[in-house]
Design a protein around this ligand. Structure first.
Ligand SMILES: Cc1cc2nc3c(=O)[nH]c(=O)nc-3n(C[C@H](O)[C@H](O)[C@H](O)COP(=O)(O)OP(=O)(O)OC[C@H]3O[C@@H](n4cnc5c(N)ncnc54)[C@H](O)[C@@H]3O)c2cc1C
Length: 512
């Protein structure tokens, strides 16, 4: 299919390094004084492997560079503080010695957020939060958990499971993402329509900033002036290091019931999702693929009898070439039954054809597997990348068309597909996946052109430059269009107060 549609030579394997020791890093620029001072306050490593592993996140350009054996962007060293006080000591040393600090949680950023840029500083260290993952303090009565920021999401869920509780935050990067990384990027989990985004769940935070500690206690609600938590949530390591977070929990669901439905078109599906959101009838998971993504999904499912059967059934019901949706219901049995009944009436009114539980089950089984396909696709010479945005319902159709047109214009022969996966009363997100034949040796320039075209289209069509991946390095030039010059200046003023030497994550979020 890729050979036919993109012109990728079948079976062609792109060249890549096979072992980590084939990846080149430059010499460490960390001075002897700074190195000794850092080693005196916490664990530190500057061997080849650890520097390569902290050289990049997981975006397409990151993968392209690492697979080509290029980790010249590697940090000069990696520090591994074991608690808040060690983080504070690291920041003091770095501020004194002119060393930039890049917080590193799970390293799953897809917007260049963990790229170890030096900015104007002599050296740069990656601050790995992996040792800050011990403390989980659950307050069952208030239904909150206060946890170390380096805690991986699976470890948190495992600890909560025994108490019948859940955070309900499951981004597709769940296997690796940390609590602090999610808070620092305002991430959205796959069940955000039910449990809320991470920014809805953060009640309190502790930030070690170069200028001092910002301790914002957990409150159910507060009218004590502007909410400073909101300054920390989404700060992407540019203001300081989040070391501890208090989160709102939910009861662990007794039932997870998934189902598939098909609409005549993506536009009809979007109208149905709007109706569900505005009637308070959304399931926890609500994902609607456009016609192109539905076609590709059926093709992936498809050579076998199940795919043929599904295709035949859709033709029979008059929705062949339509848009498939996955609805995932979580909660108490009776509550789920009641909510599904309410939603079913609305879905019928919007022409939804029900496919039963199989597509939903298949989605849940494979929901973390998709990204691993990227490696295989890169091996075959395919450019594959994703991006996301959001807008109010009234602007969403135009935004959808604008982004698709921009990507097809920049890439030429391409598969551009989209889904809605985070739905609100006032609007929804769009998540776009695009594939094209990679131009050997020019992969980064090709990606840059496509990314710029899509970002400019998003800004022009009134979408947000990021609904959940964050700003990082890649979206920083577009933040001004969204918050204005005064907004940027206000953020810079906050940074100047908390990080006077500008050592925290240079080149991210606030560059334009
Ligand atoms: C395959 C894949 C699927 C993904 N799916 C989703 C998804 O469904 N939803 C979603 O929202 N995102 C998704 N992402 C993006 C990414 O996983 C999320 O943004 C996640 O929140 C990052 O967590 P992390 O621990 O890996 O953070 P990192 O990547 O390590 O860091 C992200 C940013 O936060 C900063 N940071 C990290 N920890 C701290 C801290 N303790 N204090 C201060 N700053 C810190 C870093 O410096 C960096 O700027 C996906 C990424 C991949 C690769």
């Amino acid at each position: 299919m890729l050979a036919r549609e993109l012109g990728v030579a079948p079976g062609r394997a792109a060249r890549r390094v096979r072992r980590i020791d084939e990846v080149a890093v430059g010499p460490s620029a960390l001075g002897a004084d700074a190195r000794a001072a850092l080693a005196a306050v916490c664990a530190m490593r500057d061997d080849h492997a650890v520097r390569v592993l902290h050289a990049a996140g997981k975006g397409y350009p990151d993968l392209v560079r690492l697979r080509a054996g290029d980790a010249r962007s590697a940090p000069d060293a990696v520090v591994l503080p074991a608690g808040h006080d060690e983080v504070r000591a690291v920041l003091d040393v770095c501020a004194r010695h002119g060393v930039a600090v890049v917080p590193f949680g799970g390293g799953t950023s897809v917007v260049g957020g963990v790229e170890p840029l030096r900015g104007p500083h002599r050296a740069v260290v990656s601050l790995d939060l992996g040792q800050l993952a011990g403390g989980i303090d659950v307050d069952e009565r208030s239904r909150t958990a206060t946890v170390d920021a380096g805690l991986p999401l699976p470890a948190l869920e495992a600890a909560l499971a025994g108490r019948g509780l859940t955070l309900g935050h499951v981004p597709q990067s769940f296997e690796y993402a940390t609590v602090g990384g999610c808070v620092a990027t305002r991430s959205a989990g796959q069940a955000s329509s039910g449990y809320g985004r991470i920014d809805d769940l953060v009640l309190g935070v502790r930030l070690a900033a170069p200028a001092g500690d910002l301790d914002l206690p957990a409150m159910p609600a507060s009218a004590a002036g502007p909410d400073l938590r909101e300054l920390v949530v989404g700060s992407e390591g540019t203001l300081g290091v989040i070391t501890r977070v208090t989160l709102q929990l939910a009861a662990r669901p007794a039932v997870c019931a998934d189902e598939g439905v098909v609409f005549g078109s993506f536009a009809e599906g979007m109208e149905a999702f709007r109706a569900l959101a505005q009637a308070g009838a959304l399931p926890e998971v609500a994902r609607l693929s456009d016609e192109e993504e539905t076609r590709v999904q059926l093709a992936l499912a498809g050579g076998g009898p199940a795919g043929a059967l599904a295709g035949g059934y859709l033709r029979l019901r008059g929705v062949a070439g339509g848009a498939m949706a996955i609805l995932g219901w979580e909660g108490e049995r009776e509550d789920v039954r009641r909510r599904r009944r309410h939603a079913a009436a609305l879905l019928r009114r919007h022409g939804a054809v029900r496919l039963g539980p199989a597509p939903g089950r298949a989605w849940r089984r494979g929901r973390f597997r998709g990204p691993y396909l990227r490696d295989e696709l890169l091996d075959r010479g395919v450019l594959v990348e994703t991006l996301e945005t959001a807008a109010p319902w009234s602007r969403l159709p135009r935004l959808y068309r604008a982004v698709g047109d921009a990507l097809r214009g920049a890439l030429g022969r391409a598969i551009v597909m989209c889904h809605v996966s985070h739905v609100y009363v006032t609007g929804a997100s769009l998540y776009v996946t695009f594939l094209a034949a990679a131009r050997p040796g020019e992969e980064l320039a090709q990606w840059r052109a496509a990314k710029a075209a899509a970002s400019e289209a998003i800004v022009a069509a009134g979408g947000t430059i990021s609904h959940h991946h964050g700003v990082g390095r890649d979206h920083a030039p577009y933040l001004r269009a969204e918050v204005g010059a005064l907004g940027l200046a206000a953020l810079r003023a906050a940074k100047a107060e908390l990080d006077p030497a500008g050592i925290m994550n240079p080149g991210k979020l606030l560059v334009a």
